[in-house]
Each structure stands twice: as structure tokens, then as C-alpha cells.
Ligand binder design. Structure first.
Ligand SMILES: NC(=O)c1ccc[n+]([C@@H]2O[C@H](COP(=O)([O-])OP(=O)(O)OC[C@H]3O[C@@H](n4cnc5c(N)ncnc54)[C@H](OP(=O)(O)O)[C@@H]3O)[C@@H](O)[C@H]2O)c1
Length: 325
């Protein structure tokens, strides 16, 4: 089969498509013919060796995918060849086939295209866990989403709307703000402007955001927290801007506010019941059409590099998708 293989961490040119052996089927495993795989910020860091954990070289990048079951091990009963599925793996999704434990897969409702399926789980589970399980976002509350046109940002915009919040999307370009408005944001704001906190104050009638969803970090996080409403909750999701802000402890005191950490990687292990409940909620929304995952730019498999380059140039809208076949 063909697969994207990272052979060194020097530069993006060190990643190429190679012909390698199709993965076999260990006990409990399912082999999926990949239809689409997603490329997010973390994948961009991983192929450069910049993520907190380094995959041993060589490796196949890609952690989220959707496709069709190709074959199942003899002891697997939940899946049959031909079924559409979505899955998550530690790596290996940017390949024509991937073999994963059956527990890593979910059935994909047949009406959902692979591109939407591959964009779905990580970003929307992060958003729902943050907004529901951590911040207890209430209908009518004001939600400010930073980096709102990015992969996790746009998912939070949609979930915030589904939960009945008034959503303010903050992004750096007019194109990104329009994109966030198209997916439901009630207001948009340019947080690169020096006076953006004044605009935010006006927009919220002096109240400030009740909940801040923050995958960006850096100076903008500190500015946002200074604008938070009384008893506001600031969700720490990521640091796409590169630097980890240091908040003075007097600010949460003065605001009656809270900083709440969000880590998708730990939810299943530490809060299995919450994880099961939220996944069920997301798949119900997906099957009923209430939630239509945003598909960012779709590139053919041969042009996979474009997906990484777009991620790394801060120009992605939603999650990048690599499509097979
Ligand atoms: N906590 C979790 O469980 C979890 C789960 C998934 C992802 N994450 C983290 O969330 C963050 C965002 O991931 P993503 O996949 O949504 O990334 P993304 O699609 O690239 O979006 C990130 C957004 O951050 C903003 N940004 C500000 N400064 C930036 C810079 N110097 N470089 C790049 N982007 C910058 C950009 O919006 P503007 O141009 O509008 O400023 C961009 O749209 C990452 O740090 C990722 O590791 C965390």
C-alpha cells in the first residue's frame, strides 16, 4: 500500500509517499481502507518532532480517519467488511490502510461523507467536554472562542450554539471571521486590534464573556481573561500562538473566575463514563443532522504536503483533510 512516511524531523520535504507492506490483522483488530484522514495542529508539530511526545522514526502520521472496513480478525464481531467507520489512532492514518483495535472505531452514519467523519471526533469531543463537562456552559451565556476559525475553534463555535450560548468568534483575518460567522457565530471580533477589549466590552453590554474557549495562548489569553465576566470560566485548550501565558493569581480573585484545563488525551482513561456519554451525544447529533462537522480544505493524497503547509502557515480554515481515491 501507499503511505506517507516521516523519515526525519529536519523539514517537511523529508516526508514522502512510500510503498510499504499493508498492515496485517492482530487479534481484536480491524483493517480499514482509509477514505479520508485529518491533519490538525498537533499532526503539524508531530511531523517536525516538536510535539511533547516524539514518534520513533520512521512513522506514518495521522491520528483521525474515516473509511470502510476491509477485513476483521476472527474474534471481532462488532464490525463487518464494507461498514463505514471512523477511528482514532496514535499514528498511521495517512495511509491507504490502517489496522486498529476494534475499540478505536465507531460506525459512521452512512449519510456522512468520509471527509466530515475524519474531521469529527477529536475537535468536537474536545469542545463538548470543555463547554459541557468543565465550564457547564448555560443557555444564554456569552461564549468567546479564540482562534475561532481553526479546527478546535470552529467546533467550539458550533457546539456553543447547540448548547444555546451567544457566541463571539475571535480571529485574525476577515476571511476567518466570515468563516466563523457562516458556522453560527453571532458576532465576530478582530483580536489583533489593540482596542479589541473595548469592542468586546461594547458587544457584551459591559458584561464580558462568561466562558472563554482558548486554544491560542500567549498575550491574547491574558487580555481575554482581563475581560471575563464575574464568575467566568476560562478554558485552557492549547497554545497555538506558541507561548504559555503566565496569569497573575490576583486576576481570578478579582473576577471570581476560574481557569479550567482541558486535555482530550486523558478523558477516556480518567473519566470513562463522561467520555462514553459525550461520544454518544456527539454521534446522536451527527446522525440526526443537528451537527454537521466543518470540513476544511480537502487535498488529494498525493498533495498531502499542502495540508501540513497550510496548517503551519496559520491559514487553515477548519481541519485540513487528505482524501484517498
Ligand atoms: N486540549 C486538548 O485536548 C486539545 C485538543 C486538540 C487541539 N488542541 C490544541 O489546540 C490548539 C489549536 O489546534 P487546531 O488544530 O485548532 O489548530 P489550528 O486549526 O491551526 O487553529 C489554531 C488557531 O490559532 C490561531 N493562532 C494564533 N497564533 C497562531 C500562530 N502563531 N500559529 C498558528 N495559529 C495561531 C489561529 O487563528 P487566528 O489566525 O485567527 O489567530 C489559528 O486558526 C493547538 O495548540 C492544539 O495542540 C488541544
Amino acid at each position: 500500500m501507499k503511505a506517507v512516511v516521516v523519515e526525519n524531523y529536519d523539514k517537511i520535504d523529508g516526508i514522502s509517499i512510500r510503498e510499504i507492506e499493508t498492515p496485517g490483522l492482530a487479534s481484536g483488530h480491524v483493517r480499514v481502507k482509509v477514505g479520508a484522514a485529518a491533519v490538525g495542529f498537533v499532526d503539524g508539530l508531530k511531523v517536525q518532532g516538536l510535539y511533547q511526545t516524539k514518534d520513533p522514526l520512521p512513522f506514518i502520521p495521522g491520528t483521525e480517519f474515516a473509511g470502510t472496513v476491509d477485513a476483521v480478525a476472527g474474534d471481532v464481531t462488532a464490525f463487518k467488511p464494507g461498514m463505514p467507520v471512523v477511528g482514532m489512532a496514535r499514528s498511521g492514518a495517512l495511509a491507504e490502510y490502517i489496522s486498529v483495535p476494534s475499540a478505536a472505531l465507531k460506525s459512521l452514519p452512512p449519510q456522512i461523507p468520509f471527509e466530515a467523519g475524519a474531521s469529527f471526533q477529536a475537535n468536537y469531543l474536545t469542545g463538548l467536554y470543555a463547554l459541557e463537562a468543565r465550564a457547564s456552559l448555560q443557555p444564554g451565556e456569552i461564549l468567546l472562542v479564540l482562534g475561532a476559525a481553526g479546527g478546535v475553534g470552529i467546533a467550539a463555535v458550533q457546539i456553543g450554539k447547540l448548547m444555546g450560548a451567544r457566541v463571539i468568534a475571535a480571529a485574525s483575518t476577515a476571511e476567518k471571521r466570515d468563516f466563523a460567522a457562516r458556522y453560527g457565530a453571532d458576532h465576530t471580533i478582530d483580536y489583533t486590534k489593540a482596542d479589541w477589549r473595548d469592542t468586546l466590552k461594547e458587544m457584551t453590554g459591559g458584561h464580558g464573556p462568561d466562558v472563554i474557549y482558548d486554544p491560542v495562548g500567549g498575550e491574547v489569553s491574558l487580555q481575554a481573561f482581563r475581560s471575563i465576566a464575574w464568575r467566568g470560566r476560562h478554558l485552557v485548550v492549547g497554545f497555538a500562538a506558541g507561548s504559555i501565558p503566565a496569569l497573575a493569581f490576583n486576576l481570578p480573585l478579582l473576577k471570581g473566575g476560574a481557569l479550567l484545563g482541558v486535555d482530550l488525551a486523558q478523558i477516556q482513561r480518567r473519566e470513562p463514563e463522561t467520555h462514553t456519554r459525550l461520544i454518544a451525544q456527539l454521534f446522536n447529533w451527527l446522525a440526526s443532522g443537528q451537527l454537521q462537522p466543518v470540513v476544511g480544505k480537502v487535498v488529494p493524497f498525493e498533495d498531502f504536503r499542502e495540508a501540513f503547509e497550510t496548517m503551519q502557515s496559520r491559514s487553515a480554515l477548519g481541519k485540513m483533510i487528505v482524501k484517498f481515491g
